[in-house]
Design a protein around this ligand. Structure first.
Ligand SMILES: [Zn+2]
Length: 474
């Protein structure tokens, strides 16, 4: 009898775990589209993007708003408390001003929580959890589209010195609220791969260390267990695109400092995804991870996780993803033929100049644009000199490219480009007889029939059809 009972309980337990693993949270990708806040699908979010939304939500009795303080330049920083339960969760976003993905997710989360249909869901946790949200810790950096605050301080290296008003506000919030869990929401660069795979790390997670030895105390263990639940959600929603952030102890950082204060801290980093410049995939996953975390923390379900789920997450591989990979290009040096792959960096944020970053066997890398140019050979760039006014339509431009001209030199004012295609004028740092690292990604590709493709500042053009094969912005 006792044996049978134990068997029955074990059966029920594994069924419950299986159901949890299968559903991985109450916010489906489909339903997300209904609660997704409009107007935030952009590369940069500032306080003026969220201020009207916060103003609307302030009227909702579910949310308790308080102005926590203001940034160095006087922009308000808000906190929003939800629920009354004993387990306290602090989530903050955009302490790096140019990392806005999770701020949009917090706006989505407010929509989800306040949706009429979600009353049964809310009732499950509102008396178990108190959630405190601080969206956009660094509004001045957000306005300037920079990582730093208006003093040039990296707020996330200011947890000990506390010289930035924004850092002081965040520390004071943690000391007043005494959260059990901390959710530290950031963006990471788009070049991380998930472990040895060639897939982008669209989300990376970390339970930050609180010492150099990376010891695991009770609080860090809970953070790791919650990440185990997050890994289940990722495996269901976007398998293969999850990585673990560098776990080196960072003494000056908030996550590591909070971990040292006994807060179970989880770092969530939003990353790139193919054809997703504004990181809307990572935004949805953030919202789903937040919804699931509230449930799991409220019910205590995360405590069923072993640490192996956390340990199984592959580390981020820095530089594992390239903007553009051209595979199998023929080159010739002094009579030596070789077949090489080229990696290009489009440098979208800075001077918008595309450069060659790597040459050789690059099969271990993934890319946002992967283009096979097998059968084509490198042809050095050559200038078409502008001596009189030239109005360029598409056909004329394609003819020039087929004639072996890759770019223009001389007085740029003489050229009127009506081709709808990118032109390169007076470039500095061109390649020579062969492609070279850090030189410009502007040259031609040919076979016995002549020039077939033109690489124009990193964009590959089919010179027969006039079609761009990797248009920027996709
Ligand atoms: Zn960051």
């Amino acid at each position: 009898m006792q044996h049978a009972l134990r068997w029955l309980l074990a059966g029920l337990f594994s069924l419950t775990t299986a159901v949890q693993a299968m559903t991985a949270g109450s916010l489906s990708a489909d339903y997300y589209q209904q609660i997704k806040q409009t107007g935030l699908d952009k590369p940069q979010l500032t306080h003026s993007d969220i201020a009207p939304l916060l103003q609307l939500h302030q009227h909702n009795p579910l949310f308790r708003f308080k102005q926590l303080g203001q940034s160095a330049l006087g922009t308000p920083i808000w906190q929003i408390d939800i629920g009354t339960g004993p387990v306290k969760v602090l989530a903050w976003s955009q302490m790096h001003g140019d990392e806005a993905t999770a701020t949009a997710a917090l706006m989505d989360l407010l929509n989800f929580i306040s949706a009429d249909q979600q009353q049964p869901w809310r009732d499950n946790w509102l008396n178990k959890v108190t959630l405190r949200l601080i969206p956009m810790v660094n509004p001045d950096g957000a306005a300037a589209n920079t990582r730093f605050n208006s003093m040039g301080i990296d707020i996330n290296r200011d947890a000990k010195a506390l010289q930035s008003p924004e850092g002081r506000l965040l520390m004071q919030a943690a000391k007043d609220f005494k959260p059990d869990f901390g959710l530290n929401l950031h963006d990471q660069n788009r070049f991380y791969a998930a472990g040895d795979s060639n897939k982008q790390t669209t989300i990376s997670l970390l339970a930050p260390a609180f010492n150099d030895a990376k010891d695991i105390d009770a609080a860090r263990k809970k953070a790791m267990q919650l990440i185990g639940d997050m890994a289940d959600l990722m495996a269901e929603q976007l398998p293969g695109y999850l990585g673990k952030y560098d776990d080196t102890f960072s003494w000056r950082s908030f996550g590591d400092t909070f971990a040292g204060m006994g807060i179970s801290t989880v770092l969530i980093e939003s990353g790139g995804h193919p054809k997703d410049d504004n990181r809307q995939v990572a935004r949805r996953l953030n919202t789903q991870l937040l919804v699931m975390s509230i449930e799991s923390i409220g019910s205590g379900a995360y405590q069923q996780q072993s640490l192996s789920a956390y340990q199984a997450i592959p580390f981020n591989r820095d530089g594992g993803i390239k903007d553009v990979l051209l595979s199998h290009l023929n080159i010739n040096v002094n009579g030596h033929n070789a077949k090489v792959d080229l990696a290009l960096d489009l440098d979208l944020e800075a001077d918008k100049i595309a450069r060659i970053r790597d040459i050789g066997d690059l099969s271990i890398y993934g890319a946002y644009h992967q283009l096979d140019v097998a059968g084509l050979s490198y042809q050095a760039p050559k200038a078409y000199r502008l001596t009189k006014a030239l109005t360029l339509d598409k056909a004329a431009y394609l003819t020039l490219l087929r004639d072996g001209y890759s770019h223009f030199s001389g007085d740029a004012a003489l050229l009127t480009n009506n081709s709808g295609l990118p032109v390169v004028i007076n470039p500095k740092g061109l390649t020579g007889k062969t492609p070279q690292r850090y030189r410009l990604a502007t040259f031609l590709l040919r076979n016995e029939q002549g020039v077939q493709r033109a690489l124009l500042n990193g964009q590959l053009l089919d010179v027969s059809s006039g079609k761009l094969l990797n248009p920027l912005g996709t």
